[in-house]
Design a protein around this ligand. Structure first.
Ligand code: SAM
Length: 314
């Protein structure tokens, strides 16, 4: 298999993400009634980190709600979902009428299934007809599916597609948040390509790091390396143009890539932005812009319906 971070180390980045989301929830940045079930040791994050997670959450949510607001059946496929709780939150908000499929390493899906099985509030969101198998790291229900996959193995992706009974012709939102960047570039290209071949009408949304050249970028790379999670894709997609091209050269006719500094300024609801900017004292402006300039949101669009995605996106 291609090189990758050790599952243990990558799991730690997933635990980190959940802890940061909980920190945001507690301070009032974001609403998520379920993430606390997935965090063993809650921690308070610095305002800079809270604001960064808020921006990520708000940007992805904007795209997700645009997608969900269109008419007709829909599917969501989350690659490297970790302990993401979006499905549970959508269900809570009455938006759970969508096939929602989550894939990750067996170690992670197994832990996730164990936690879901042990909490009534989570379990009841997964319909009663469903089955939960912590050992196999699987949950099967009418709307929600959790399956173990190693993304480096396209066959296992293919099997998960069949097993989840995803439908080629149903519009699909594919999400990969801080995942492809940890994979060998050949692997992430293969995944992007596989998705383009697999769905007729879809948007593939990627949120991750880029811009490795400057001092901040170098430090970011070092930090993750020292934690056993090298950013294997960072030199292959160092620029917004490269993030875009990963889509356009791998089966996605249209693609957009923006850095998070720009997204925060121009794409996030200004009223909500003003609300969160009053939550904590914040004076790390220089570091904030630098950090946000090293994260991007990119998406590829493929639209066989000729219209569903005409007004989609930023
Ligand atoms: N997407 C989640 C989020 O944003 O909260 C989790 C992000 S976490 C940084 C990266 C996730 O990718 C981990 O849960 C990890 O297990 C998963 N991952 C990394 N490499 C993978 C692979 N080869 N196959 C399946 N999952 C993988």
């Amino acid at each position: 298999a291609a090189a990758t971070s050790s599952p243990g180390a990558v799991q730690a980045t997933n635990d980190d993400a959940s802890a940061s989301k909980l920190s945001c929830v507690k301070k009032g940045y974001i609403l998520d009634d379920f993430v606390h079930f997935f965090v063993k040791r809650p921690i308070k994050r610095a305002p800079l980190i809270n604001r960064g997670y808020y921006a990520r959450w708000a940007a992805i949510r904007k795209l997700l709600l645009q997608f969900l607001d269109s008419v007709g059946p829909k599917q969501i496929l989350s690659l490297g979902a970790g302990f993401d709780t979006t499905y549970f939150q959508l269900e809570e908000e009455g938006r759970g009428e969508v096939k929602y499929v989550e894939l990750d390493f067996l170690e992670v899906t197994s832990r996730k299934a164990t936690i879901i099985a042990s909490r009534e509030q989570l379990q009841k969101k997964v319909e009663s007809l469903g089955t939960i198998s912590p050992e196999r790291g699987e949950i099967h229900s009418k709307h929600y599916m959790l399956l173990p996959v190693d993304l480096r193995d396209i066959n296992s992706l293919e099997k998960a597609f069949e097993c989840a009974q995803l439908d080629i012709s149903v519009p699909t939102f594919i999400l990969s948040e801080c995942v492809l960047i940890y994979l060998d570039p050949d692997v992430s290209r293969a995944v992007v390509n596989w998705a383009a071949q697999k769905f007729n009408t879809a948007v593939f949304v990627v949120y991750e790091q880029y811009s490795p050249e400057d001092a901040f970028g170098q430090q970011m790379i070092k930090n993750l390396e020292s934690r056993g999670c090298p950013l294997l894709g960072i030199h292959d997609t160092p620029s917004l143009e490269a993030k875009r091209e990963r889509f356009t050269k791998n089966g996605w006719p249209r693609a957009v890539a923006l850095n998070m500094d720009e997204i925060y300024r121009s794409e996030i609801d200004p009223i909500d932005r003003r609300r969160i900017e009053r939550l904590e004292i914040f004076d790390e402006f220089e570091e904030w812009h630098m950090m946000q300039e090293h994260y991007c949101l990119a998406y590829g669009i493929k639209d066989a319906t000729q219209g569903m995605f005409d007004n989609f996106g930023f």
